[in-house]
Design a protein around this ligand. Structure first.
Ligand SMILES: *C/C=C(C)/C=C/C=C(C)/C=C/C1=C(C)CCCC1(C)C
Length: 263
């Protein structure tokens, strides 16, 4: 009896679908529809759908990989799921009011960025013994980066000093994955496929993540008029999310599949 309650990937996915099914009517209440000229709004729509599809994909593909990789795929699916729900709200704010959904954006990042950092830890933990300090240092870097960004974008602190604090948090993460303990464990103990995934993941954290401070720069630091700078800000953040949430998950999926099929 009890063992029938075991949660399979398929049941997990059915749960998610029903969640979306029940909650979606609530999002159509603003009364304003998407305009064909609203390219930022269109990007919110496209990406919210891509995030749902990715969530289904990562959860279903759990069945295909070896046990020690399943958590990594679950976490990838959670990242895209949490982001999808936030995109529904952000999309409505943008389409209905034309204003930047800063609070939803940062609540999303506050959950998804730590989950992405956990992925680094998990892919190493699948193949080696990793001290907890690695995990905490990645978390501290994340918090400094996001709190810096938020107090700047929400107007609590001048945009420039807030930006600098955020950059320092990001550099600290880069230090950990390129020169710190995480990178040493990877170089010393990981099999070739994990090493190459780790390297690709850290390139994403370097170049993919660099798109966000660029978005902030175009949004707040160029002195353009706010109507057009808010368009650039949102389109840049949206495109960055495709790479850093969906592509990042696909990389993990591909190493998990290739390591699982190895005999
Ligand atoms: C899924 C969401 C992700 C991966 C978000 C990442 C966000 C960043 C890397 C943000 C970085 C920022 C700085 C490095 C400086 C300050 C401004 C931020 C917060 C945009």
């Amino acid at each position: 009896m009890i063992k029938d309650l075991k949660i399979s990937s398929r049941n997990m996915w059915l749960g998610v679908v029903s969640l979306f099914g029940f909650s979606s009517p609530a999002f159509a209440t603003s009364g304003v529809v998407l305009q064909s000229s609203d390219f930022v709004g269109i990007s919110f729509w496209l990406i919210s759908m891509a995030l749902i599809a990715s969530t289904a994909f990562f959860f279903l593909e759990r069945d295909r990989v070896a046990g020690k990789w399943k958590t990594s795929l679950t976490v990838s699916g959670l990242v895209t799921l949490v982001a999808a729900v936030h995109y529904f709200y952000m999309r409505d704010v943008w389409v209905a009011t034309g204003s930047t959904p800063t609070v939803y954006r940062y609540i999303d990042w506050l959950i998804t960025v730590p989950l992405l950092m956990i992925e680094f830890y998990l892919i190493l933990a699948a193949i080696a013994k990793v001290p907890g300090g690695v995990f905490w240092r990645l978390m501290i870097g994340t918090l400094v980066m996001l709190v810096g960004g938020y107090v700047g974008e929400a107007g609590y602190v001048d945009v420039m000093p807030a930006f600098i604090v955020g950059m320092l948090g990001w550099f600290y993460i880069l230090y950990e994955v390129f020169a710190g303990e995480a990178s040493k464990i990877n170089a010393a103990q990981a099999p070739a496929s994990v090493q190459s995934a780790f390297k690709t993941m850290r390139l994403i954290v370097t170049f993919g993540w660099a798109i966000y401070p660029l978005g902030y720069y175009f949004g707040y630091l160029t002195g353009q008029d706010p109507a057009s700078s808010m368009k650039s800000l949102n389109i840049v953040y949206n495109l960055a999310d495709v790479l850093n949430k969906i592509a990042f998950g696909v990389i993990i999926w591909s190493v998990a599949v290739s390591e699982s099929e190895k005999k």
